[in-house]
Design a protein. Sequence first.
Length: 309
Amino acid sequence: MGRVGGPEGKRPEGVRGTGRTAPKSGPGSGRAMVTVAALPHACRSCPRYRLCQDDRMSSPTISRRARPAYPILLLLAPVLAAGCATTRPGVPDGGAPTPPSVWATADQPASQPPTPEATHPSPTAPSSAGPSATATRTGLKHVFPVRADDVDYHPTHGAYPATDLFADCGEPFVAVTDGTVLEVSRVDRYRKRGPQGPDNGGLSVALLGDDGVRYYGSHLSVVTSGVDAGVRVRAGQQLGKVGRTGNANNVCHVHFGISPACAGKDGWWIRRGVIWPARYLDSWRRGGNREPAAEVTAWQRKHGCPKAP
């Protein structure tokens, strides 16, 4: 429990404890003694205070019956005080008492009622989890992204982390894991004399896995019908076919990139890949289930969402 009254052990206003005793008028006067400490401060401001001070009690009846008066006055003091007091601690003049739940002592501050946002968070409130507010899962099934008997790839890639999966044109490109389609490009807008970067992938599909990782495949020859942004897909479901669109240099392959799906406006320089895929591809090809989510999360914590390449 906290100290009642306030810091440094001070008594609440209106209660005094001096320990003084009202003096008798003289020996044998028969007047009773009432300690001032027993009387609330509010009593002294009341017209009936004359009954609370023994040096004002000049009634002949009280003088003649000194002994009975003392216990009677002690019994009357709380009643008189209750009748005199007009306010109580924590209650404003003419107001209702403050609910106990918000009362405070010197050691415990008043509690505040919860705000609507605290009890019912707004669906548009920003998340504290980082740039991407997507819920993630672990232990998801992962599969090799090209379903073909003859697929080659290199552990490295020019200029940035990614890889190229070389296979015959027309072989199925599939979803690496369960997730939701983020972006689809069904038109090859790449031009050698145009801007280099935004349209390099040609036909492409970007998938946000339920593990919070984005998987990107480009240079496709076709995107499967029904695969559109917002569509749910399962691991191994066909998304398109190996091709040579974009800046594939007329070589059939799929550019494969792994990256975080940054919230808000994104850039092709993130989508194309930020971590090396080879060790994950090695695992999935052997039927393993190595997960890239931890590495992608670590990369995003370090780099955030770069605004430019």
